[in-house]
Design a protein around this ligand. Structure first.
Ligand SMILES: Cc1ncc(COP(=O)(O)O)c(C=O)c1O
Length: 458
């Protein structure tokens, strides 16, 4: 049965030869909504179907090769198909098998590595996705405090779970209530409205409102959850004192501080943002880069909290694929590699700075109004905006005024062999497989874009 509700996209506007992607799209969308598994994979007018990936490149099914800056939403840190990870998985497959859903020796090894690397981690457990880890973290915080409310920040994304999928990608000015007292906005149809009463929302970097709202709810607040580097809005950094105040307020009212390091964990430093910034949470959630692309997430933190998870405590924790053998084998190999190769972070920092400085210079040369930000291996560009410090700074422009130019930029780059995630903002992740030539290619391609679009961008 095929759907009759589909519109016919304008196929002619696609900038690269992609006949096979189009065929796959036509086939897939009659059995998969929109032809993609999840909204994060759409591309207008149709997605490029990726056939394979190696090092810094991906190839689509038409054989086009792209320098990949999507890096699987940042999950790939060492480069695609990294030899150490592949070997660990091949060995695991050959010698152990796929999965047992039973305790196995690699779990303790991975937990020990995480305890060694991540400042707040005294114990660790594993689930599969970031969304699961944040849900378990929040449930644990509720269990130990006996309270229900959670405070999150506008634009911070903590996955799709009912309790945290609020005020993420939305038109904050029209849908988010007053800036100093935002109201939660459901990210999705079907989110339980009953969850709303337990969600408090504050703007990122708004220390004053944060302090006031925590004080108002001091006896009801189970947890504050925060992206310690706000990468879901590009690269937005916590201002001095903001995370410290999160820490101090949680201590003052007896709430649990959760750092959501699903992106930053292992990517910005071996011990994540908490190591880089020197603020230590009670609990941390990590995912993505821990296994260089294999699905696994981590909940770690204080021993006295983690011991409240089952079986030592009353807080349910279990999943058929939790601690999946192949993923844990990949994570052991990845964390081992990261510990042995500390110079990797300097290398990524240097590449990130080269990219940021080169893009800024190219933008200035073309009189382009674009803010280019980076931290370590993560970079972002916001057309028409100055350096953002809150989600509202980009929500004003990203989805409306600049949607056209961002799309044009992404296509321009595709034509020049550069794959950037088709998001409403430009955000990219460097990996250990990227080199200076790759970076210079992005800078030169962007320079020509800025020059060609001078009148639209100034
Ligand atoms: C900071 C953060 N937390 C949680 C998640 C959810 O992770 P997953 O997509 O693995 O469920 C994401 C995903 O992008 C994220 O960026």
């Amino acid at each position: 049965m095929t759907s009759t509700a589909q519109t016919s996209p304008d196929y002619s506007s696609w900038p690269v030869r992609s006949v096979r992607s189009r065929e796959l799209y036509d086939r897939a969308r009659s059995v998969v909504p929109g032809g993609v598994v999840g909204q994060g994979r759409i591309y207008d007018p149709y997605p490029l179907y990726i056939d394979r990936a190696d090092g810094a490149h991906v190839w689509d099914v038409d054989g086009n090769r792209y320098l990949d800056f999507h890096s699987a939403f940042g999950a790939v840190l060492l480069g695609h198909n990294h030899e150490r990870i592949r070997t660990a998985m091949e060995t695991c497959l050959r010698e152990r098998g796929v999965t047992f859903a039973a305790a196995h020796p690699l779990e303790a090894e991975l937990a020990e590595r995480i305890v060694e690397m991540v400042p707040c981690a005294e114990m660790a457990v594993f689930s599969c996705t970031g969304s699961e880890a944040t849900l378990h973290a929040l449930r644990l915080a509720r269990a130990v405090t006996g309270r229900q409310k959670v405070l999150k920040f506008e634009g911070n994304y903590h996955g799709w779970n009912e309790h945290l999928n609020w005020s993420v990608h939305f038109d904050a000015e029209n849908e988010g209530g007053p800036a100093e007292r935002p109201v939660p906005y459901a990210e999705s149809a079907g989110v339980a409205q009953s969850a709303r009463e337990n969600v408090l929302v504050v703007q990122y970097n708004d220390t004053e409102s944060l302090t006031r709202i925590v004080e108002e709810h001091r006896d009801e607040l189970a947890a504050v959850i925060v992206e310690p580097m706000f990468f879901n809005a590009g690269v937005v950094l916590a201002e001095p004192g903001f995370l410290e105040q999160c820490r101090a307020l949680c201590d003052a009212v007896g709430a649990i501080l959760i750092f959501d390091e699903v992106i930053t964990g292992f990517r910005v430093a071996p011990g994540g943002a908490q190591q880089a910034l020197g603020v230590v949470p009670d609990l941390v959630t990590m995912g993505k880069a821990v296994a260089n692309g294999m699905p696994i997430s981590v909940l770690a933190g204080r021993r006295d909290l983690l011991e409240n998870l089952s079986p030592t405590g009353p807080t349910f924790f279990s999943g058929t694929f939790y601690g999946h053998t192949l993923s844990v084998a990949a994570a052991v190999a990845c964390t081992q590699f990261l510990s042995e190769t500390p110079e990797l972070y300097d290398q990524l920092d240097a590449l990130g700075r080269r990219l940021r400085d080169g893009l800024r210079e190219a933008a200035a040369e073309g009189d382009a109004q674009v803010s280019v930000e980076s931290y370590g291996s993560v970079w972002s560009m916001h057309f028409g905006a100055s350096s953002p410090r809150t989600y509202r700074d980009i929500s004003k422009t990203a989805k409306t005024k600049n949607a056209g130019v961002q799309r044009d930029y992404q296509r321009w780059m595709l034509e020049r062999g550069v794959y950037i995630h088709p998001h409403y903002m430009i955000r990219g992740y460097l990996t250990a497989a990227h080199n200076a030539d790759h970076i210079d290619h992005v800078i030169e391609s962007s320079r020509s874009f800025f020059a060609a679009h001078r009148s639209d961008l100034s």
